[in-house]
Structure formats: structure tokens, C-alpha cells
Design a protein around this ligand. Structure first.
Ligand SMILES: [Zn+2]
Length: 80
């Protein structure tokens, strides 16, 4: 059991937007992210201290520096 049990086998690497703004890595400024849907199961719930379980979240992994940004609602892909 791990945080990325439900990761997709072929994650999409793309540029994303949230609330109409392009998502940029706060660490390195990169705009390409690999997104994985993650089930916030009981283990993850405890880890993050949330009071709910079995919700999906999107983990956006910077393809340049590997920083992870978390989004509760999946961001939209920008078609460039
Ligand atoms: Zn980065």
C-alpha cells in the first residue's frame, strides 16, 4: 500500500492551467508536469491530517525538478 497505488501506467506530460492561469513550478519555473491521480486512502489521510478519506487528488510532478504540487480538483491541460 502506497501513496501512488492508483497511478496511471502512462502518465501524460503536458502544460496545465488552473482557474484560468498556467501552472508554473514554484521551484524552477518549468511548465511541464506529469499528473497522477492519487486515491487519498486512510494511510494518506493520516499522513496529511485530513478528516476525510477515499477522495481522489491530482499530484502534479514537475518534469524538471520533480517537485510535487497537489490539486484536489484535476487541472485542465492547455493545448499549445
Ligand atoms: Zn520544477
Amino acid at each position: 500500500m502506497g501513496l501512488f497505488d492508483r497511478q496511471s501506467k502512462n502518465p501524460i506530460i503536458a502544460t496545465y492551467r488552473n482557474m484560468g492561469k498556467k501552472i508554473t513550478c514554484p521551484n524552477c519555473g518549468n511548465t511541464k508536469f506529469e499528473v497522477r491521480d492519487v486515491l487519498l486512502n486512510t494511510t494518506a489521510m493520516t499522513f496529511f491530517g485530513f478528516d476525510w478519506a477515499n477522495k481522489n487528488a491530482s499530484a502534479m510532478i514537475c518534469t524538471q525538478c520533480s517537485r510535487i504540487e497537489w490539486y484536489f480538483n484535476p487541472p485542465k491541460i492547455i493545448n499549445e
